[in-house]
Design a protein around this ligand. Structure first.
Ligand code: 2RA
Length: 351
């Protein structure tokens, strides 16, 4: 069976990567429509060897498609996703708007594909936060094997996680910096901390308790996807990297696991590549893995400060596995379900 697809936000970082991945993976598409704001209508975007003319998302009739991939931000999604879903079309939404809605499955296919059974509850399937997707892929085999009690993470998140605007900002800051020895100056200093030559411990917005919304999401989304009993504390940091999020992880397991046993679990887990040898270059970095699909685990070692502790480093391409690829993988898992096939077939027959 083939499906009618729409991609909203098709001119953005994630939307254009969704189109690329749909073509690369040969998604069974009967038709593909690229959508964006009225301002972008008429532009061309790449889809495989061809190009698509962008249409205005605001006036598009979603009754004519089976699956809508959205990467148009939380506010927009809150407004339009329920309206799209009401037509019977399933929305795969790259924003945080519905991730913690108890009726909505939050799925990383390697981690909790069975949760897709609830796809028809609201017909909205959010894609998790980019730094959390790679984290839960890595935590899953450990939790299945012995149980995880507590996790401490520090993230090193690339600017592309914040969208095209931050990528442009970092490029401009690098290009206009004046370097003199160890001093960095800009002709027109910004009132905010620059990303270039800096690390910024602030992503999202501040919460009342002093943490940030990004840190809060790390805890809540991990618990929703993996286990509500897991305790997780995070410090999320923006670093001057274009693509690729990194996470330093310390886990407290329910019972001890040797480093060798953990390595074996990672090596056999879906979606993970272990790149770990204790020599210079024997670890994954964002620059090397950008453009690839796996979640990379490196620097695996015991955390000697607790009885059953492990420490490791996790890196993934935040635009691919952290967003567009995960969205397409959700769609692939959905179209494998007979109840969705039947739903789509009935809609196609009536139109
Ligand atoms: C970021 N994880 O990196 C967030 C949202 N994509 O900004």
């Amino acid at each position: 069976m083939q499906y009618r697809i729409a991609v909203g936000g098709a001119t953005g970082n994630v939307g254009s990567e969704m189109l690329k991945i749909l073509a690369q993976r040969g998604f069974p598409a009967q038709s593909v429509v690229a959508l964006a704001s009225a301002r972008s209508a008429g532009k061309q975007v790449a889809f495989g060897n061809t190009s698509l003319t962008v249409q205005d998302l605001a006036t598009f009739d979603f009754a004519s498609v089976d699956l809508a991939f959205l990467s148009t931000g939380g506010d927009n999604s809150r407004q339009i996703s329920p309206r799209i879903a009401a037509t019977g079309c399933v929305v795969i939404d790259n924003s945080s708007a519905f991730r913690l809605d108890p009726e909505v499955p939050l799925v990383v296919p390697e981690v909790n594909a069975p949760a897709l059974a609830g796809w028809n509850n609201r017909r909205i399937l959010p894609v998790g936060n980019c730094s959390i997707i790679q984290l839960v892929v890595a935590l899953k085999p450990l939790h299945d094997a012995v149980g995880i009690k507590r996790v401490v993470v520090s993230t090193y998140q690339s600017v592309s996680g914040g969208g095209k605007r931050l990528v442009e900002q970092l490029a401009e800051e690098i290009a206009s910096a004046e370097l003199s020895g160890s001093q960095v100056r800009w002709p027109a200093p910004s009132t905010q901390a620059p990303f270039a030559f800096n690390v910024v411990p602030y992503i999202g917005s501040f919460m009342e308790d002093g943490s940030t919304s990004e840190e809060w999401k790390m805890t809540e989304e991990t618990r929703k996807m993996l286990d509500p009993a897991i305790r997780l504390t995070a410090t999320c940091v923006r670093v001057p990297v274009m693509v690729g999020h990194s996470v330093a992880v310390n886990v407290e397991l329910a019972s001890p696991l040797t480093v060798a046993a953990a390595r074996e679990l990672f090596e056999h887990a879906p979606g993970i590549v272990v790149q770990d040898s204790p020599q210079p270059g024997g670890y994954a970095t964002p620059w090397q893995i950008a453009g690839t699909d796996a979640v990379y685990v490196s620097r695996l070692r015991r955390d000697p400060t607790i009885e059953a502790g492990l420490a490791f480093w996790v890196v993934a391409d935040n635009i691919r596995k952290g967003a567009a690829l995960n969205a397409v993988q959700i769609a692939e898992a959905l179209i494998a379900r007979p109840d969705f096939q039947q739903h789509a077939m009935q809609r196609q027959q009536t139109r």
